[in-house]
Design a protein around this ligand. Structure first.
Ligand code: 2YG
Ligand code: MG
Length: 259
């Protein structure tokens, strides 16, 4: 997955508002309601310590400040440590953090120090975006398409299988596809199949992964992938409802999953 840029994280509150509105219209629940229902949890008085991390490509502008915004939006108390890295970790724990959030270039994690639950952004993001797709109130059947079976896509596909959906999935990587067939029992989907879906969960780091042959009119596409897999002209022509946002939905899922 490509790294976020400071520009991706501008206008986060506007993107949250727009996606809340779409989620409410197509599923009947906003992002908060979806997370509460998904994990059966609600924030109590947890304090979230957010630690800037300098490893690898280093600190991303707007990243920790965006996390603080999200944490507070969903009703948690939060703070960003003054120092990064190990010094920041010591500071976060010393200041009484219940949950630690931090990311290097490979893993972005939330760890609840009280109940020992830990989650990665990949899993939390896959599960919540797949869940949103599966909640489409106008769905024509229980068939759902998963595009991309990397860490995010696999976690979402697994969630959908457990939820009792008929999961079809594709990935250009044959090993990823075979693993999902063997371990999850998904149906491999090939674009020659002439099967169209009303629910699509897209989890690739690529653009233009969704073609006309795959989707029904007025379908729902739920995707955390940057860039967006749905070409804008196809979205318009098929009047697709699109849930897509760079950070908030995945982070909300992380928080609700560890409390
Ligand atoms: O502390 C910092 O500012 C940096 N070390 C953060 C690095 C985050 C790198 N990860 C990503 O850019 C994303 N792939 C995270 C995914 C979140 C949205 N799905
Ligand atoms: Mg994409």
């Amino acid at each position: 997955m490509a790294l976020l840029t400071p520009e991706d994280l501008e206008n986060l509150s506007m993107q949250l508002e727009e996606n809340d509105e779409i989620a409410r219209r197509v599923t009947g629940l906003d992002i908060r309601g979806i997370c509460e229902s998904l994990y059966g949890t609600e924030p109590g008085s947890e304090k979230v310590g957010i630690i800037p991390i300098t490893a690898g490509n280093g600190i991303i502008g707007n990243f920790t400040s965006s996390l603080l915004y999200i944490v507070e939006y969903f009703g948690f108390e939060g703070f960003i440590t003054e120092h990064p890295d190990v010094t920041g970790y010591y500071e976060a724990v010393s200041r009484g953090a219940d949950i630690i959030m931090m990311a290097d270039d490979h893993i972005f994690t939330a760890h609840n120090l009280r109940n020992e639950k830990i989650v990665s952004n990949h899993v939390a993001t896959g599960v919540v975006y797949a869940d949103i797709a599966s909640r489409f109130q106008e769905a024509s059947s229980k068939d759902i398409l998963v595009i991309g079976l990397g860490r995010v896509g696999y976690a979402g596909a697994c969630h959908l299988v457990n939820k009792g959906f008929n999961v079809y999935a594709c990935d250009p990587n044959k090993e990823f596809l075979q693993k999902a067939v063997d371990e999850l029992g998904i149906n491999p989907y090939c674009s020659d199949d002439r099967k169209k879906f009303s629910m699509v969960f897209e989890a690739t780091p690529n653009a233009d992964t969704i073609s006309e042959g795959m989707i029904e009119e007025r379908c729902l596409v739920s995707t955390p992938g940057i860039p967006c897999g749905l070409p804008p002209e196809i979205g318009k022509k098929y009047r697709v409802d699109l849930v897509m946002e760079p950070l908030v939905i995945g982070v909300a899922s992380m928080l609700y999953s560890v409390i």
